[in-house]
Design a protein around this ligand. Structure first.
Ligand code: NI
Length: 191
């Protein structure tokens, strides 16, 4: 079922979400169904359970479909990630544009770890881990931040690169050139 997405200012987005303890529950299956429906409806790149008001450490992101609008994007496989743990790799930080379904219409440049290892559980309770970089790493950091009550504007360091998406695409704000991920976010509130 498509759920309303909470917007920045709603105190429920600021909670530190609780770990999932039961992977076989009807509730978890229903939550994941709602998250997938909501993310697909809004054409998002990712969604965290707190964004639909559910206080659990569950995120989804990516897609197994090829998106013709973003042929240069490194593909991010459709992923369910529960009780995630993130470990930065290498220590490099890179800037990139982000948007968020909870901050509709706006975009900002956010510094993130360039490469990381993430681990957690899939929807069946199976543990897995991956080493990723670039856009994939950015999406994971953005989504996992939601589980700790952090929205991307809280990570912005240069507010000259924060504004309305339609103004940015009109060239009013400067466009960063240092990453290959910045084009991804220009057309939608991604996650
Ligand atoms: Ni978001």
């Amino acid at each position: 079922m498509i759920k309303p997405v909470l917007r920045m200012g709603d105190a429920r987005l600021l909670r530190v979400a609780l770990p999932v303890l039961d992977f076989d529950s009807v509730e978890l299956s229903a939550l994941l169904r709602d998250m997938r429906d909501t993310m697909a409806h809004l054409d998002g790149a990712g969604l965290a359970a707190p964004q639909i008001g559910v206080d659990l450490r569950v995120v989804i992101f990516g897609s197994d479909d090829v998106n013709p609008r973003y042929p240069d994007a490194s593909p991010v496989p459709g992923t369910v990630l529960i009780n995630p743990v993130i470990e930065p790799l290498g220590g490099d930080v890179e800037d990139g544009w982000e948007g968020c379904l909870s901050v509709p219409g706006l975009r900002g440049v956010v510094p993130r770890w360039r490469a990381l290892r993430y681990s957690g559980f899939d929807e069946h309770g199976k543990h897995f881990s991956r080493e990723v970089d670039g856009f994939h790493a950015r999406v994971v950091q953005h989504e996992c931040d939601h589980l700790d009550g952090i929205l991307y504007p809280m990570r912005i360091t240069d507010f000259s690169q924060f504004g309305f998406a339609d103004e940015i695409s009109n060239g009013v704000l400067p466009t960063p050139t240092e990453t290959s991920t910045h084009d991804i976010q220009n057309e939608k509130d991604n996650s």
